[in-house]
Design a protein around this ligand. Structure first.
Ligand SMILES: CC(C)(COP(=O)(O)OP(=O)(O)OC[C@H]1O[C@@H](n2cnc3c(N)ncnc32)[C@H](O)[C@@H]1OP(=O)(O)O)[C@@H](O)C(=O)NCCC(=O)NCCS
Length: 184
């Protein structure tokens, strides 16, 4: 059965707006994704070209919302309007979805990743009726593990040769946050 079509949803936190990507975000996404850490720990192409940012906005995000299977948000600082990261919530079977995120290098360490992730998890549980939020990271991504733990995720273990990255399958950590554990 296909998922219901989703209109893009905007979320607001104390310091951030999470909204669907628009073409005006392409330059900022292109710049942020030059970062070595984003290329090392996520599925973005490497090297990262402007066309990759265009594809992210025009195809991945548009289809993610249209199918309802992978809502994607740009995370924008309210005070400045600067793009400071992205968040996503990919469907993973009935009642489950996997979080995904990066914070632009210059915006790290300010709690933005946590603030945005928490908003996405709350929305997933409250509005999408999710029972289980999953977090998957390549083994060794300590900053992402620390952030996920701070958001309430429990590390469940290591899945060998599990998560794809540019044609290879890497060992991955899997964690979860259940709806019943989420502080709404
Ligand atoms: C992981 C990442 C998203 C963290 O983003 P961030 O906005 O800097 O995270 P926050 O400032 O919200 O940090 C929240 C908590 O996470 C933990 N944390 C974040 N970065 C950390 C680091 N480098 N080392 C240790 N703990 C870290 C801390 O507990 C922090 O809380 P504290 O500052 O109160 O101690 C960012 O480093 C990043 O974009 N990395 C590259 C892409 C990536 O790995 N994406 C995830 C793929 S699974």
């Amino acid at each position: 059965m296909s998922e219901p079509i989703l209109e893009p949803v905007t979320l607001e936190t104390d310091r951030l707006i999470l909204r669907a990507p628009v073409p005006a975000d392409i330059d900022a996404i292109f710049a942020a994704c030059q970062d070595e850490e984003i290329q090392r720990w996520t599925v973005v192409p490497s090297p990262y070209r402007r066309a990759d940012a265009e594809f992210f906005v025009d195809r991945l995000a548009t289809e993610g919302w249209a199918t309802g299977r992978n809502p994607i948000w740009c995370v924008v600082e309210k005070q400045t309007g600067a793009l400071v990261g992205t968040q996503s919530l990919a469907a993973r079977g009935p009642g489950a979805a996997e979080v995904g995120y990066w914070t632009a290098a210059e915006a790290r360490g300010r709690g933005y990743g946590l603030e945005a992730l928490h908003a996405v998890c709350r929305w997933g549980v409250a509005e999408r009726d999710l029972r289980r939020l999953e977090w998957v990271a390549y083994v060794g991504n300590e900053p992402s593990l620390a952030l996920a733990r701070k958001a309430g995720f429990t590390l469940e273990g290591t899945l060998r040769s599990y998560a794809a990255q540019r044609g290879a399958y890497l060992d991955a950590w899997m964690g979860s946050l259940l709806a019943s554990e989420l502080a709404i």
